[in-house]
Design a protein around this ligand. Structure first.
Ligand code: PMT
Length: 318
């Protein structure tokens, strides 16, 4: 087993405590939807942490709020996909994302008359709440969503591999949409102290190591027939497309959605081995609250359908 390899990562890092429960849920979900010939998308969402202590008080984190993933999950449901929503604990989730903070409470009214308390939705909020509630209840009734949560980068990888192993049975009907912001660096387990670091010991020197790229085994071994879409985030525009192309060249998957940190909510570039296509929201779109994920998902769904129609061979961007 090579040092720094993905195999070593799994050998050294133990599975999370709720791993077997989640694996059972993933297995049941994939078997049920496979039986009906449904398409399943695995949406990963939010950032991963790198714990600085085993009994974790402090950790290294990243910016991702799960906006991209939670919105995309809703659009995949609209396109008839069953959705595994694998997200960072406490990051945005489909449907509830519309009512974060105090928004939901502000939509409610309470009447207390003696022992009877009634809670109602304010009349001016019904038009906002009702469409989301209808879509949420429909997804629930159809058993179309499974949510599983991670916090640390190793929890993310354990869940990712388990989800892939369950999805493999679907062949090209499985779509992977890897929007989570995954840490590239971590502290090897044997260098992580058990207890909270003490300030009396002086300023700690923390050396991070490279996390093995899981796209390699994912594409080649875990889900070789699936339609895999990864994401590339950069802050230097000159690196964005070259790095997206390099990832396609290296991992041989279907698409990289390239985005810049600063403009990610209104501009992305879908990069495939054959072409690239920019999606940009207009000022009016942004003002009207249009989600860029609606257009991203529509295009990926179209390409995935072409891929399936072609018997699993490549499909080109226009
Ligand atoms: O959540 P939001 O605030 O809406 O932001 C959305 C987003 C910017 C996080 C999202 O659009 C995005 O770009 N996600 C990918 C960020 C990222 O991890 O980029 P990267 O260049 O570090 O990694 C590229 C790809 O390699 C990713 O698909 C990742 O799943 C994969 N990877 C990363 C690290 C690793 N060790 N193994 C991997 O396979």
């Amino acid at each position: 087993m090579a040092s720094g390899s993905w195999e070593e990562f799994f050998a050294v890092h133990l599975p999370p405590t709720d791993f077997e429960d989640n694996r059972t849920l993933l297995k049941e979900f994939c078997e049920r939807h496979d039986k009906y010939g449904n398409k399943i998308v695995l949406v990963t969402s939010g950032g991963t942490t790198v714990p600085l202590e085993h009994n974790t008080v402090r950790f290294v984190d990243n910016f991702s709020a799960g906006t991209r993933g939670s919105a995309s999950a809703e659009y995949f449901l609209e396109h008839g996909y069953a959705v595994i929503f694998m997200h960072r604990q406490k990051s945005l989730e489909p449907f509830t994302r519309h009512f974060s903070g105090q928004k939901l409470l502000d939509m409610l009214e309470i009447q207390e008359r003696g022992p009877n308390t009634t809670i109602t939705v304010r009349p001016d909020s019904v038009d906002v709440l009702a469409p989301v509630l209808v879509r949420y209840k429909a997804a629930l009734a159809a058993g179309a969503v499974l949510q599983v949560a991670f916090t640390s980068v190793s929890e993310y990888f354990w869940l990712l591999r388990a989800a892939c192993e369950c999805l493999a049975r679907l062949g090209p009907r499985a779509l992977l949409y890897l929007a989570a912001a995954v840490s590239d660096f971590y502290i090897p387990k044997d260098r992580v102290p058990t207890h909270k670091m003490q300030s009396e010991s002086g300023a700690p020197v923390i050396q991070l190591q490279l996390v093995p790229k899981m796209l390699a085994p994912l594409v080649n071994l875990w889900v070789p027939a699936a339609y895999v879409v990864s994401f590339k985030l950069e802050t230097d525009e000159s690196l964005l497309i070259p790095k997206a192309r390099a990832a396609l060249e290296k991992y041989k998957h279907k698409m990289v959605v390239a985005n810049m940190l600063q403009s990610r909510h209104h501009r992305v570039i879908l990069v495939s081995p054959e072409a690239s296509q920019e999606i940009v929201l207009t000022r009016e779109d942004i003002h009207a609250g249009v989600d860029i994920e609606s257009a991203i998902v529509s295009e990926i769904v179209r390409l995935h359908a072409e891929h399936l129609a072609g018997g699993g061979a490549g499909a080109a961007l226009p």
